[in-house]
Design a protein around this ligand. Structure first.
Ligand code: GLP
Length: 240
């Protein structure tokens, strides 16, 4: 998509995710930049979310994560990188979130959105209860989400209580969406995301109503899916 847009002299607008799931994607993009000359000059990125209260320099901030895994290693212009702010003053936050939405629109909208999935079924930090048309806003983190982050923060008491996240509506405005889930610990939520009734109880179910979403699982993450969901080998071909 980056190359195709480049040939057409267009910007490529990518929505990016953090967490362990997309790291291999970023490694591959860095490899393609180094070895195949893939240029990021025409790329504009918008990250999904950020912990509220963390400085950019904090090792667990998503700002740090993205620079460490991708932006420091490719030729993306610094002004093309957009990451929700973890430090904007509380009274300015609502305006900041509206501006983030407007900036995505002004860039031409998201061409592609990369996603992981949390064990609550969250995408970005859209925890259960998030509305299908929700936009960028400040949210409270679910207990399971804080538990999953506890090791990184050396204790659950150090995990921020809130975060700034794109909404489900923001994510669903992307022209193309790919969600990645790896390993047995995701198998339960993967089953719910694919097989449960579409509702805010499992926010990722809302992706099934998006016309151009692909779910990519390894065998362990897919291990609890009912067999009828595995029948179509074209759709569920195991991948390396
Ligand atoms: C965090 C992020 C999500 C991510 C999730 C899963 O909660 N805000 O965007 O999808 O973690 O992380 P992992 O890929 O490490 O399982």
């Amino acid at each position: 998509m980056i190359r195709k847009k480049q040939k057409e002299n267009q910007k490529c607008v990518l929505g990016l995710a953090t967490g362990s799931s997309p790291i291999a994607v970023y490694e591959e993009l860095v490899r393609m930049h180094r070895e195949e000359g893939l240029s990021f000059e025409n790329v504009i990125t918008f990250n999904l979310d950020e912990y509220y209260g963390l400085e950019k320099t904090h090792k667990e901030s998503y700002y740090y994560f993205m620079h460490h895994h991708l932006f420091n290693h490719v030729n993306i212009p610094a002004e093309n990188v957009n990451i929700p702010s973890g430090t904007v003053a509380l009274e300015e936050l609502e305006q900041w979130c509206d501006d983030y939405e407007r900036k995505i629109e002004a860039a031409g909208g998201l061409d592609f959105q990369l996603l992981g999935i949390g064990r609550t079924g969250h995408i970005g930090f859209n925890e259960p209860g998030s509305a299908i048309d929700s936009k960028t806003r400040v949210v409270s983190l679910a207990h399971i989400t804080k538990e999953d982050a506890a090791d990184d923060f050396e204790g659950i008491e150090n995990v921020p209580a809130t975060a700034v996240t794109m909404g489900i509506g923001t994510v669903r405005s992307a022209k193309r969406i790919v969600l990645l889930a790896w390993g047995a610990k995701k198998s339960k939520i993967v089953k719910e995301a694919i097989e449960e009734e579409i509702s805010s109880n499992v926010p990722a179910t809302y992706l099934r109503q998006h016309p151009n979403t692909t779910f990519v699982f390894d065998e362990e993450a897919a291990s609890k899916l009912s067999s009828h969901h595995l029948e179509n080998q074209d759709l569920y071909e195991p991948c390396d």
